[in-house]
Write a protein that binds this ligand. Structure first.
Ligand code: FMN
Length: 191
């Protein structure tokens, strides 16, 4: 059904060898198993944005570069997001911050779920660093899935989630659907 809202899952890690793509495919699979959303996977490595190079602030929506216009279209089309982010040096990764900074209105009043992963901390510090950024952009937080790559490592390209991962994922997906319904009229009224 094409009239379902669009959930865009963003792979934040851009490293040539990474686990972010494997973990992203897991959450995409879980999202597709439900019927709330159409689900699309967007890889920041393919989006390939340079470091922010727009002369004007995104809030003006006056974009100079083709890569910004393309990124704006991708994010405009989405109704909800899941960011799948690693923890790098106690924060989320720079490619995700850069991609967020490129735009403003395109993010506003859209629900976002966070899947974060890391070694010692299960990505919790990347979650804590990301939340104030969501607030600044008017994204609506819909829950989180912290993943320990020590307890549940990616082995040979396979991620085997814990029961806690699965429960958190279902709660987050449910909340994404609820918040999408709640914020849709606000988005339509302000766009
Ligand atoms: C630059 C860098 C910094 C990292 N810092 C942390 C950290 O602060 N805490 C943590 O738990 N893991 C840290 N790690 C480990 C990563 O969470 C782990 O390597 C993970 O697989 C990275 O995600 P990716 O493979 O999808 O890029 C770091 C890894 C890198 C490359």
């Amino acid at each position: 059904m094409n009239d379902r809202p669009l959930l865009t899952v963003i792979i934040a890690s851009t490293r040539p060898v990474r686990v972010g793509d494997v973990i992203s495919r897991w959450i995409v699979e879980r999202a597709r198993a439900r019927d709330d959303f159409r689900v699309e996977l967007v890889d920041l490595r393919d989006v390939n944005l340079p470091l922010l190079d727009e002369p004007e602030q995104a809030a003006t929506r006056r974009y100079l570069h083709a890569h910004t216009i393309a990124w704006s279209t991708t994010i405009d089309e989405a109704d909800a997001f899941i960011f799948v982010t690693p923890e790098y040096n106690h924060s989320f990764n720079a490619a995700l911050k850069n991609a967020l900074d490129f735009l403003y209105h395109e993010w506003r009043n859209k629900p976002v779920g966070l899947v974060a992963y890391g070694g010692v901390s299960s990505g919790v510090r990347s979650l804590q660093a990301l939340k104030p950024v969501l607030l600044a952009l008017g994204l609506r937080f819909a829950g989180e899935v912290p993943i320990s790559t020590r307890l549940t490592p990616v082995v040979d390209g396979t991620f085997t989630p814990s029961e806690a991962n699965e429960l958190a994922a279902q709660a987050m997906l449910q909340e994404l659907a609820t918040l999408d319904g709640l914020f849709r009229s606000l988005r339509e009224a302000t766009n």
